[in-house]
Design a binder for this molecule. Sequence first.
Ligand code: MF3
Ligand code: CO
Ligand code: CO
Length: 276
Amino acid sequence: MIEYVDAAQAPLKNTGQIRLYDADGFAGMRKASQVTAECLDRLNEIVKPGVTTDEIDAFVYAFGMERDALPATLYYRGYRKSTCTSINHVVCHGIPGSKPLREGDIVNIDVTYIVDGWYGDSSRMYAVGQVKRAAERLMEVTYKALLRGLEVVKPGATTGDIGAAIQAYVESERCSVVRDFCGHGVGQLFHDAPNILHYGRPGEGIALQPGMIFTIEPMVNLGRPHVKILSDGWTAVTRDRSLSAQYEHSVGVTETGREIFTLSPGGYDPDLAART
Ligand code: MF3
Ligand code: CO
Ligand code: CO
């Protein structure tokens, strides 16, 4: 039986139905996502050897508060931080803490702000000082993998087409795609239908339609794809301790293709801007 309080929230539950958003929805996503993208731009100045991930988290919280933007991860399913910071062999959901970043680390910072009820979800990799060539290459492969996925997004393509494009590229670079986490519908919910797998076969999955909004967020490992979750219940690491990277954008399907909501206002993803 559905209670009154639940009834009020019913349209905003993940029912497994894929929501289609109108122009107002796209405008809401644009606004929330640009706060997220601006924060990720600003983090370029903050990420340095010696900085702790708690300091990064505090920045993300304060940046949001100044803009009426609430970090979506805060108190989400018991999570208590404003961002996820995933260092080196951490695949995703790394919890900010008091350990300083070290020269040579690579770190993914994943931020989702809620602005006027809309969720802008994006993440990027940051190099801490000078990093090894292998780490640099992994970040580049992962970024290009996200681009390959985004390029596929248009009405009539399927979610499987996105995954297939990402997987084919990543494996051609002798890296592996993490299977245990996927992209997701986003909009007025943090995690909604459909799931966006970063592997698969062309034509599988569901057909994309104008108005759909979701994330693409491939996690790519230098070694094998398998992950395990640490005893904190969140931190996902590569089983073989190989390096892992991830980039994420929130994207909407338009009549002719896609709109990438979380593009960098500072031009930190130039090739991507050219491809939209
Ligand atoms: N932002 C992550 C995503 O891309 C979700 C983090 S949920 C948390 O979907 F609880 F781990 F923070
Ligand atoms: Co996401
Ligand atoms: Co995210």
